[in-house]
Design a binder for this molecule. Structure first.
Ligand code: GAP
Length: 527
């Protein structure tokens, strides 16, 4: 178990990732807990433990820094100027008319089927059916399931017993008159599924004590609309000029019919959205700029390699107002070999501002003093227009999940096989300081080094210290928590003023001067 104190760096011998193992480590090490777990949990809601809360904060702050404070790492946009963005913080509850104008009241629906026997509700487009592989019509039941849920294996077993070889088709491809033969995913008798009906995904609440239909309000299903309804205030009260972006980070709610795959599809989740406003003629260039930058950004925080793709939507997938949408997609263990959406980058045209202008009767156009013909006095005549909007919309919790999946590594050849290889910028624990043994002045030196590192890096994440157990066990605990560097004070420290610096990913160790530890860590963390 104990790792030699002078290990050489070595490559990892990695095994495939299992979602069960990732979820188990997340619970064990305090990254993610089921919400209200002592009451049996609540479907679609997750809490973050101490390490998860700090990891999520680090991801949010990386986004905030690279999208708002120093957008695009100081790069120039397609117009040749530095990209400019400002933050905004808007409320979860907005005027109900916001959601009428945005189209969410009328259109934010999923078609659902109910099971009269089990009282379960399923998303119509998520239900598949095991049918005889040779396509023959049968009077025997056909077996419906929702993929990636326990119903899939259970129904496959029953279907193979009834039909031999089976094939999978969508429930929607089975004619309604044959639904009497469909055995629903959680039912014992056939024919219990109702016709599909639309189900609005917005959570409702009431404002005030009377709680009548007139008091209905909605929990926001996206942070974006808060930006559109404050666009005029931001323009009128600050010195921003188009092109510029407004970022809004916060919690959104969707009453998802089938929350699943750990935190991937939750009912309460955080979004990090930027609405970037530009002149219509420049909008396609800005769309491409943001699409490419967002892909680069996810790579920069550690999602490099084959697990990340940029998928451009086909023309028939686009909304009527959009001239382009791309998704940054990650290969989660539960989507592999396919991918799941991490962020959407959409060209939204002038749709949202126009909708809110119509519904609120407040002018939301922009007077651009840098455009229009040149006047004799050397100024421009100006041009009035409704800006177009490019929207990079990322899920913070989905980002955390991708980071957790990417970081999780199992190398059976290591003394303790599981480690979390977080990018140092995101790692919730930045460093650990260990006295090799708890005597001979080592704890005192370790404490002084801990104090120094805490003062310098404590605002970025945890700095840990621990004197119990063998040094190998202490390293293993830090590997599982994803701490990138450990510094060990040993018998030689007193004589030559050096410590061991150990690298999480390679297990390699090097001696560095005690008074260089801060500079070493700063360089590694890019801090
Ligand atoms: N304003 C545009 C918008 O909200 P979206 O694609 O519906 O677009 C943006 O959401 C991102 O929010 C998604 O790419 C995903 O990362 C995250 N997201 C959406 N629904 C989610 C859910 N139920 N659970 C977790 N994250 C979700």
């Amino acid at each position: 178990m104990s790792e030699p104190h002078s290990a050489q760096p070595r490559p990892l011998a990695v095994t495939p990732k299992s979602m069960d193992e990732i979820m188990s480590l997340c619970k064990r090490r305090g990254f993610v807990y089921q919400a209200s777990e002592i009451y049996g949990g609540i479907n679609g809601f997750w809490d973050y433990g101490p390490l998860g809360a700090q990891l999520k904060k680090n991801l949010r702050e990386a986004w905030w820094q690279d999208m708002i404070m120093n957008p695009c790492w100081g790069r120039k946009g397609p117009n040749g100027d530095r990209v400019r963005c400002v933050p905004l913080e808007t409320r979860i509850i907005q005027h109900p008319k916001v959601w009428q104008a945005s189209g969410h009241v009328a259109g934010f629906n999923d078609p659902m089927v109910d099971c009269r026997e089990s009282k379960q509700r399923y998303r119509y487009d998520h239900v598949s059916v095991f049918v005889p592989a040779d396509g023959r019509e049968t009077d025997k039941p056909v077996f419906a399931f929702v993929s990636d849920t326990p119903s899939e294996a259970k129904q496959r077993k029953k279907a193979e017993k009834a039909h031999g070889q089976v094939a999978v088709v969508e429930l929607s491809s089975i004619p309604k008159e044959r639904w009497t033969r469909v055995l629903a995913p959680d039912a014992e008798t056939v024919g219990t599924l109702t016709d599909p009906k639309q189900f609005n995904l917005m959570f409702r609440t009431y404002i005030g004590a009377t709680a009548t239909e007139d008091d209905i309000a909605y929990l926001r299903p996206e942070t974006a609309q808060g930006v559109f309804v404050q666009f005029k205030n931001v323009v009128d009260t600050t010195r921003v000029k188009v092109p510029f972006g407004i970022g809004n980070v916060g919690t959104s709610f969707r009453n998802e019919v089938t929350p699943r795959n750990f935190t991937f599809r939750s009912r309460e989740f955080d979004q990090m959205e930027l609405e970037f406003f530009c002149h219509p003629d420049e909008s396609v260039e800005w769309y491409k700029f943001w699409r490419d930058y967002r892909m680069e950004w996810w790579k920069s925080i550690g999602l490099a390699g084959d697990n990340l793709i940029l998928r451009e939507h086909e023309k028939d997938e686009l909304s009527h107002y959009s001239s382009g949408t791309s998704d940054v997609e990650y290969r989660f263990p539960f989507t592999a070999p396919g991918f799941g959406e991490l962020e959407g980058i959409a060209h939204r045209g002038c749709y949202d501002l126009t909708q809110h202008q119509e519904h609120s009767k407040v002018k939301l156009d922009y007077f651009d003093t840098d455009r229009g013909e040149l006047l004799p006095n050397g100024a421009k005549k100006g041009e009035r227009y409704i800006p177009h909007c490019i929207e990079p919309a990322a899920g913070l919790d989905r980002g955390v999940l991708a980071v957790l999946c990417e970081a999780y590594t199992k190398d059976p050849s290591r003394p303790s096989p599981e480690l979390m290889r977080f990018h140092p910028r995101l790692a919730p624990i930045k460093a650990a300081v260990f006295p090799l043994v708890n005597k001979d002045g080592m704890p005192e030196t370790a404490e002084r080094l801990y104090d120094e590192l805490f003062a310098r890096f404590g605002k970025l994440g945890f700095i840990e210290t621990d004197a119990k157990q063998s040094i190998g066990k202490r390293y293993a605990r830090m590997d599982e928590a994803g701490c990138p560097y450990c510094f060990t004070i040993d018998g030689d420290t007193a004589t030559n003023q050096t410590v061991t610096a150990r690298d999480r990913d390679t297990g390699g160790q090097e001696r560095i001067a005690l008074d260089r530890v801060g500079a070493f860590l700063a360089e590694k963390l890019g801090a």
